[in-house]
Ligand binder design. Structure first.
Ligand SMILES: [Zn+2]
Length: 643
């Protein structure tokens, strides 16, 4: 074992390891796979960075966010460590340069997004490069039993095996023991190589305040008045709530700003900067806020709505008091938001018939063992939302039925900046004929040409790549403006002789199990907020940290005030409504809508078929959204069964 302390000093300039880092690096240098579950901001990345320097070959890092990659690359560059990334913002030349350096052994660390592995060319390249270690950042995305599951992550264990990568390191800030066990099994990580550092933070005062919805605003104002000049974050579930609450706070004379994914990038960056530099004090945000925010003196984190999961709650309160000073974390709670959270779950479970339709489609559309599809199109046709559709495709990959080959942009349109004759004048002979061919195979609308790949390929077989290059060249020269949309994915179909009904039933059962576990997780979260044992301790224990004191002495339970979350305001019984009347308008536009689709409609859950008929504009959309989905579905099944 090399002298790790000396290495730490030499490369990074640190005198000692932070909690857990040494154990993880030692496991890796000793030739094992490992897992590190450290809270955000406690030095997870250093584990792989130091290990990478000790290992013979490349360390391949799967990172979920471009911004995170850039931060880490900047850090590594400052330390003089050879690292690079391949990302979608690079030109082909830049990416090829990085690949060449990886191949020559010049790079110690290569960072990519998980989507890169779907590209067959990249897979062929990386298969020729000896890789010592596969690092998966935000590794909880691998597990279907945790939050933030990302279908493509499910394939990483297979990728590690196919690429002959001997070791893996999984990094995450939050994972329950169930998720940890799931991840460890998938990567064969021994229990002694799993390092969990403490989740308990003694300076965070956790409170759950039962409040009826109409009293929330007053409760929020009162809380904010306790820390008048300090930075605070207020979390809400939906974008319009963020706007509404921020406006109400401004009206009350507070320095508050809304932040959510619906605000354009540049403005969001500005809001973050203002908050970082103390020009604004209160951010009212959806969960889009926080990635990459490292402000040490946030004094209060307030949950105006229920968080999406215990993991989200833990990460969000974890942004308070990074400086170690006393900070307040308060949830203004009742059960009214529960139906909204449950609806996110129900909307992601595809119907059996929809799954069967996708399978039949694969069988009928496969030509020469290849299936071309766009997510948008298959989602719209099958009425499966995009995320669950991607999950379905990954399930099929894992079953060995399909294999991704490559993807390409299939929708090219362009508008001229100069006269067509002038543009053609820039080319001679055969090249001019070729460019003419491009225009001949493009349909002209009011100002845009829509390129027709099919007719072009008919006239110029095997020249599609050349046409794309020519269009990019003319765009670069400023002769035309090129717009590229709609990714087409190409899969190799390894077997079309499957029984689609049987397979659909099996896949549907898999989705149903996932739905069940997610609903269960929501209930666990409410149970946590109503705990009668110390909340700080119970929360730490939920993440497998048994070191936290049994009584923190300053949470709501330790202060003798455990919470009971009030039920949603009393609802009119569902039997007061007429199922036929409520769904009449929708059935007029979508006569084949199933009970599932009708239930989604009444509960305010969007689906591709509902977007197509603009259902959200109908007055009945979401009319029963405060009722439990299962109740609405049962009621509709009964009403329409007697037809
Ligand atoms: Zn306590």
């Amino acid at each position: 074992m090399p002298n790790l302390n000396a290495q730490l000093q030499q490369y990074f300039g640190f005198n000692e390891f932070r909690g857990g880092q040494r154990e993880v690096v030692e496991a890796l240098v000793g030739g094992h796979s490992a897992m590190a579950i450290f809270p955000t901001g406690s030095g997870k990345s250093l584990c792989y960075q130091l290990a990478a320097l000790q290992l013979p070959h490349l360390t391949l890092v799967i990172s979920p966010l471009l911004a995170l990659m850039r931060d880490q690359l900047d850090f590594l560059a400052k330390k003089g460590i050879a690292a690079a990334a391949i990302d979608s913002s690079q030109s082909r030349d830049e990416a090829q340069d990085v690949m060449a350096r990886a191949k020559n052994g010049e790079l110690k660390i290569l960072m990519i997004s998980v989507e890169r592995l779907k590209n067959e060319r990249f897979r062929r390249f990386i298969a020729q490069v000896p890789v010592s270690l596969l690092v998966v950042d935000e590794a909880h995305c691998i597990s279907e039993w945790g939050h933030n599951f990302r279908p493509d992550y499910l394939k990483l264990p297979q990728a590690k095996a196919q690429l002959n990568i001997p070791q893996a390191l999984l990094l995450t800030a939050t994972a329950t023991p169930t998720v940890v066990a799931d991840m460890a099994a998938k990567f064969a990580i021994a229990p002694e190589h799993i390092t969990v550092t403490g989740f308990y933070r003694s300076n965070l005062h956790l409170h759950i305040r039962p409040v009826a919805t109409q009293d929330k605003h007053a409760a929020l104002l009162k809380l904010l008045q306790r820390t008048p000049d300090a930075p605070c974050v207020v979390y809400v579930t939906q974008q319009d709530t963020a706007e509404r609450v921020a406006n109400a706070l401004q009206a009350a004379g507070l320095n508050a700003t809304a932040y959510h994914a619906g605000i354009e990038n540049e403005r969001r960056q500005q809001i973050q900067d203002d908050f970082m530099h103390g020009r604004s004090l209160i951010i009212v945000a959806t969960i889009a806020f926080g990635m990459g925010i490292d402000k040490s003196n946030i004094r209060q984190v307030i949950h105006y709505d229920l968080p999406k999961s215990i993991e989200n709650y833990s990460q969000e309160i974890g942004r308070a008091g990074r400086d170690g000073e006393q900070s307040l974390c308060t949830l203004l709670g009742n059960r009214e938001g529960l139906a909204v959270l449950e609806n996110f779950v129900y909307g992601d479970t595809p119907e059996l018939a929809a799954i069967a339709q996708v399978l039949t489609r694969i069988q009928s559309e496969t030509q020469n063992s290849e299936w071309e599809m766009t997510i948008y199109d298959v989602s719209a046709q099958s009425n499966i939302r995009q995320l669950p559709l991607k999950t379905l495709l990954v399930y099929l990959e894992i079953q060995g039925l399909i294999e991704p080959l490559y993807s390409y942009y299939s929708d090219y349109r362009f508008a001229l900046n100069i006269e067509l004759d002038e543009l053609l004048g820039h080319f001679k002979d055969e090249r001019q004929d070729f460019v003419r061919g491009i225009f001949r195979n493009a349909k002209f609308g009011r100002s845009w040409y829509q390129f027709d790949f099919a007719s072009f390929q008919h006239e110029f077989p095997e020249q599609r790549a050349r046409a794309v290059t020519a269009l990019e060249y003319m765009d670069e020269k400023g002769w035309l403006r090129l717009e590229v949309k709609q990714m087409t994915e190409v899969y190799r179909v390894l077997n079309t002789q499957f029984d689609s009904a049987t397979l659909a039933a099996q896949l549907h059962a898999q989705f149903a199990q996932k739905e069940h576990s997610e609903l269960q997780r929501l209930n666990q979260m409410l149970a946590l907020f109503e705990t009668t044992t110390c909340l700080s301790h119970t929360l730490a224990a939920h993440f497998g940290d048994t070191q936290a004191p049994t009584q923190c002495g300053h949470c709501l339970v330790c202060r003798g005030k455990p919470a009971q979350l009030p039920a949603a305001d009393s609802l009119a019984p569902i039997s007061n409504y007429s199922a036929f009347e409520l769904t009449a308008e929708l059935r007029g536009k979508a006569p084949n809508a199933s009970v599932h689709v009708l239930s989604c409609f009444l509960c305010g859950i969007t689906l591709p078929v509902l977007s197509r008929v603009k259902a959200s504009k109908m007055p009945q959309f979401g009319q029963l959204s405060a009722h439990p989905f299962a109740e609405v579905r049962a009621w509709l099944s009964e009403a329409f069964a007697v037809q």
